[in-house]
Ligand binder design. Sequence first.
Ligand code: PMP
Length: 356
Amino acid sequence: MTSVASFWSPALRGLAPYTPGEQPVIQGLVKLNTNENPYPPSPRVIAAISAAAQQGLQLYPDPQSSGLRQAIADFHGIAAGQVFAGNGSDEVLAHAFFAFFRQGKPVLMPDISYSFYKVYCGLYGIDAGIVTLDDTMRIDVAQYRAPCGGVVIANPNAPTGTGLPLADIEQLLQQQSQCVVLVDEAYVDFGGESAIGLIDRYPNLLVVQTLSKSRSLAGLRVGFAAGQRHLIEALDTVKDSFNSYPLDRLALAGATAAYEDHAYFESTRAAVMQSREDLRRDLIDLGFEVLPSQANFLMVRHPAHDAAALAAGLREQRILVRHFRSPRIEQYLRISVGTPVQCAALVQACHALVAG
Ligand code: PMP
């Protein structure tokens, strides 16, 4: 009998799709496991989405996302033609892997990084050239010199949270000037250094950002890429080949409004960064080791307590954090920074587990 799986393309067999952290269906959990923003989006975003819903959902959206591209370009001081917008940065990353990384040579990436990169490699038949983080769990750009078909790193890295200075990004761009260097800046607004200001100087630089984190819009699914026009045109070509509209009318309206409320953006990201430093101090007081973080999460371990047991203990107290069963980080927990109230609940629960 023909097995159903035989209908699958060989590329899909053995593929392990990315699994995000547990999405709670139970109300009342303290959800610190998927690095969302603990604050809602700007009220102007909600107003813009309501207005868009009333105005014309029977009509297709702008296939070019022109207004949003312009708003993003204005914010970053670049041209609208240097911006590509997609349904979350995951989709932008997928299009970028497809457009730039199919040259039969390995794409260099850290051993500990966003696990989706390996999923896309598997899907598109791209070889992943794994480069280990150094002993302090940092990316060492000097290790990225081998001949390759591209480079992808997250800066700040995920799930470690540690950022690279722009001088390191420039070294990487110069070392690998013959291929695209994709810098995923999902968390950059929480204290990292963005490479968007370098795009005019480096034709091989593609920067990807998301509105899911610092703009509180994980539920709307908006991300973008910034790079020279020849890279953006390649992404548009991939998108158009799938005949897909990048963004719907509600997402376009909400995301554009998010860029128009600078004050709200500044106040929420400052609040998250303040909570991160308060949380760092409280966890260190409880004996945790905490990696340096320029992101909205902390990567922590306790020398005397097993990470899986701690995660399970927190889960019993209705607090979700992320535990990875991957080599080198199996003794770490990744904790998203919540509101001060959520962080206090976490610290209290950790206190009961490690001191109790
Ligand atoms: N890059 C990194 C490093 C991430 O951690 C995430 C989400 N957790 C993404 C990209 C994707 O974000 P989104 O699709 O919500 O834009």
